[in-house]
Design a protein around this ligand. Sequence first.
Ligand code: 13P
Length: 337
Amino acid sequence: SVIRAGSYSEELVKTAKTIASPGRGILAIDESNATCGKRLASIGLDNTEVNRQAYRQLLLTTPGLGQYISGSILFEETLFQSTTDGKTMVDCLREQNIVPGIKVDKGLVPLPGSNNESWCQGLDGLASRSAEYYKQGARFAKWRTVVSIPCGPSALAVKEAAWGLARYAAISQDNGLVPIVEPEILLDGDHSIDTTLDVAERVWAEVFYYLAENNVMFEGILLKPSMVTPGADHKEKADPETIAKYTLTMLKRRVPPAVPGIMFLSGGQSEMEATLNLHAMNQSPNPWHVSFSYARALQNSVLKAWQGRPENVEAAQKALLARAKANSLAQLGKYSA
Ligand code: 13P
């Protein structure tokens, strides 16, 4: 077979293709309880399970969402949670033909021996957790590790990030979950876009080296890269055409066409920037499905519209649909402001 043997091979390829389908992308709502608490605090709400449930229920029951969203990444609490009417969140997604996903990493901790950098925990017990998540309905997974440009990045931090992602990817595929491979290169710093390009090329070279060494099947993964931009504090801003040019150059140099989908993170870009940059990236044909897996750039205006009030739920859902539609058009290269 042209595809590596393994009990889930065909299903993995199918899942990845479904997620990377034209005009659709990923709604990332996999904030840990601590991060979700920060989002709720921004509209004056306490970080309780009931409030997190109300918020995620609002998002996942948005009528028409499945037209623009092909997958949604959940935090463990949400994967096992039901709405206030007793329907599982997983069923809410399935009804709209949206594939449920799960964040499986256990977060970042300091990396001893590095330049104040971090590494990502979560490999211990990952196989059995992944099997449980599959049983619960998850069909893809996410592991986010970070690389910091102002801190180096050191060779050690890049190697650790790449190795962790590759081990996670192999374990996910072994348990039927399509791994989203996410080495986030943080926006922090005053470096130029050329520096970001250098670092991104270095990181992705190493990630693909270890993915191959771990016999990961490239047809059954998805990537979640940062766009190649100048550092947030750099003196000059880059326009969407420049960002698209640099980002596609990096991807074409480093990512094999066997990979079905590139699902960008928003990384602190505004909602509009994230949409315009994605649109610019889709102005010419490229070897993959180039789309979005945004958290903040899909949720900022939803939170603002909601304010934690039941009477605002409809307006908040409209705000989500508007962002999802804009990014769907950007995926097709057809967005206009
Ligand atoms: P942002 O789009 O807010 O950067 O989220 C990234 C992420 O990894 C969420 O799954």
